[in-house]
Every structure is written in C-alpha cells, then in structure tokens.
Write a protein that binds this ligand. Structure first.
Ligand code: G1P
Length: 273
C-alpha cells in the first residue's frame, strides 16, 4: 500500500529548464511527468505516496496539495470541468508524505530515508523518469508477481548490449512456471564491460523491508553514490529476489530524446485537439 518516489535529483540534463522548477514537474503534454507515475501507483492500489525530496522541489508538494484559490476562481468563472484536473478523485484518499534528503547521496540513500515510514510490509519504488504505458500498469504487474513469488521483484526489460552501461543489469534463470520471471543470481550497476545479460533494471521495484538492512552502512560506488543495486546484490545472498520482464512501452524521460518521444507518442495516440 506504500510507494517511495525518490525525487531529490538535480535534473542537470534538462538545464536551464530545471533551474527554477523540478525536472519532475516538466510537462508531458499537459500533465507533469511525476503525475504519470503517481497515477500509476494509485491505480495499482497504493494508498500512501512517500516522496524523498529536497528544498528545491517544493513545487511537487504544491502540485499534490489542494489549491483553493484556483478552485474558487474556476468555479466562479464556470470552468468547473477543469476542477477534476487539479483535484483528482483518484487522489482523494491517498496520503502524500514528504521526507527531505539533505544530501543527494544516491538512490540507495534516498530509499533509506523512507525506512521509518515502512512497517512490516513490502513497498513499491517508482522512478518517475521512466514513463511506462500499459494496462495493467508496470506497477500492477510487479505487485502481482510479488503476490505470486512472495519476494522482492524488480522490473526489467531487454536492451541492446551497447546500452547496458546506462542501467542496473541483472542475470538470472527463468522460473519454470512463469516465462517473464527470473531468479536473480547477479546484479551490477552500470557495467562498463561484460554485462551479466541484456536485462536492464527499470525504475519500478517492489521490495521487502529487509532491503533497509542492506542499505545501511553501504559505501558509495558507481558515480560516488549509494546504489540500490549494491544493496540488492547483497540481498540475493540471503533471500530470493526476482526480475520481472514487464509488458509496456517505456520512455526514459530522464533524457531529452526519451522525453520528446513520450510527448510525441502521447500526442499521436491520445490527443484529439
Ligand atoms: C537508476 C538505477 C539503475 C536503473 C535505472 C532505471 O539509475 O540506479 O539501476 O537501471 O535507475 O531508470 P539512474 O537512471 O538514476 O542513473
């Protein structure tokens, strides 16, 4: 029922657009990027969204809060139709929680900031940069895989060999009964050579609480950041973790190409004006 959204990153690749606004607030057509992933989580049954944020990301808090003044103005000018856009029914019963990550020490460190909010339960992690379109959503597919396998599940997709150095890469054997499920036996963050396979980690995870134990005291590695991948590598020595080859179309909105492709795809497929 809980999902962690690390959103403290700087968004350097989109400067100067991200000088004064968070990269997560960049619009993909008329909705900020972050709302696609929050929507995906909520429609998959998530009841609490935990943002790991920073002082430059206040616009995200405002976006998921109520804006009474705007609502009032829309009502008074007969533009009631827009109310659902800014105060969505699906978010009504969702709790939004914010934790500040003072120093950006990496994805693993960001996740660790949610430890005190997670009880004895598995939780989802969504990296909003990866916009993934599908019904059922990628998060729903991972939750189903979690319910079937009772262990941490990592979303993976196949990428060309030459692109493996941009991602976490797993290796694993297919679980007999499920064509899309791989029992992890290795995971490496952004391998520069000899990637263990062409199965790349995408920004969707369902993790058991035990991951926090592995994240504590973890030394920074690739990019001088504390890597979630390193914690998972330790985790698989003690417990089962599976990779799940999800169905869906992914756009890497952390890159300009991916971002433009997402907008183009949605414009071609969804817009009627
Ligand atoms: C992060 C993870 C990486 C994963 C990727 C998916 O990397 O560290 O393992 O493959 O997200 O988007 P980042 O893109 O933040 O460098």
């Amino acid at each position: 029922t809980k999902a962690v959204f690390p959103v403290a990153g700087l968004g350097t690749r989109f400067l100067p657009a991200t000088k004064a606004i968070p990269k997560e607030m960049l619009p993909v057509i008329d909705k900020p990027l972050i709302e696609y992933a929050v929507e995906e989580a909520v429609l998959a049954g998530i009841k609490e969204i935990i943002f790991i944020t920073s002082h430059t990301k206040r616009a995200i808090e405002d976006h998921f809060d109520q804006n009474f003044e705007l609502e009032e103005k829309l009502l008074n000018s007969g533009k009631d139709d827009y109310l659902e856009k800014i105060n969505r029914t699906i978010f009504q019963d969702v709790k939004f929680t914010y934790v500040r990550q003072k120093n950006q020490r990496g994805l693993g460190d960001a996740i660790l900031h949610a430890e005190h909010l997670i009880q004895d339960e598995a939780f989802a992690v969504l990296l909003a940069d990866d916009l993934i379109l599908n019904d059922p959503s990628c998060t729903s597919q991972l939750i189903s895989a979690f319910e079937k396998n009772h262990c941490s599940v990592i979303g993976v997709n196949e990428v060309p060999q030459e692109q493996t150095s941009k991602y976490g890469v797993i290796s694993g054997n297919k679980v007999d009964h499920e064509k899309a499920t791989f029992l992890l036996n290795d995971i490496v963050e952004k391998p520069q050579n000899n990637p263990p396979s062409n199965l790349a980690v995408v920004g969707r995870y369902v993790l058991t609480k035990s991951v926090f134990g592995y994240l504590q005291n973890l030394a920074p590695s690739v990019g001088n950041e504390v890597q979630l991948t390193d914690a998972i590598k330790l985790m698989i020595q003690d417990e089962t973790v599976v990779g799940y080859l999800y169905e869906g179309q992914k756009f890497d909105c952390g890159s300009r190409h991916g971002y433009v492709n997402a907008i183009k795809y949605l414009a071609d497929n969804l817009l009627d004006d």
